[in-house]
Write a new protein. Sequence first.
Length: 292
Amino acid sequence: MARSDAIVLGAGIVGVSIALHLIKRGSSVALIERAGVGEQTSYGNAGVIEGSTILPPAFPASFGDLLRVALKRGSEANYHLGFLAEAAPWLLAFRAASRPKRIAETARLNRPLFAAAVAEHKRLMQEAGASRYLRETGWLDTAHAYDLLPEDVKARIADLKVIHSYATAHAKQTMVGGSPNIFPDVIHPLVATHPYSGRKSLNISPNSAKEIIGLPKEESDELIAYLAAHTCREEQAYKHEWKHDDVVLWDNWRTMHRAYGHRKRFPRLMHRTTLSEPLRSGRWVEEPVAAE
């Protein structure tokens, strides 16, 4: 067996990344995996690439959280009862390291390391020819998308109305928890007119657009799919690489936000400010037409 400068155990996303960076630094690396490369990787952890989670896991702070782990009803940890005595010194050290001041210091040290995560993954994906699998947070200009439509399509959709459904959108994603029925279905013009600039834009979404009123279901589904694909083209998107303390402003009248968020059990703190707007462009499905 050829000599190796380093041995990396586990060929998941972490192991492969470590091995590649060691090779880039001139080291000879042996990457060892019990199964095939990548077959035992954690697909959930590998699904989101971000550099803002700088707070480390902490020892359960409340009795309720500790009891949930003790009863093996949480996903944070698992244990074998016979191993607890041997692990006790480590658990005590973990608890001490979970004090607020220690957590804050660890986060400060983590920040420059995590800040490079997205750029480094992008570089590896480009070298592997896998950039097409990356989907970044961004915005789409639905007014520009409308401008690019053929004139016959503009004429066809000019007076149509579309039903948007939160329940439909909720069923198509896995990131957001809560009830799918917290908002009622709403009716909007398929072509919206900006109340200040007068520009027309497409009121379409590949997730929430449920049906176009007055069209047979098959024709409605086909038109929604066509307009969504037209609007969501990658080359038309502005993609944002989030960094700590970033602030982004956008006009909700003419943009579609595309977010690839955290999994449900990982909280994320984000402050969003929405400017009050007295104008409205639609109505609830059960609302009388006269109120539109």
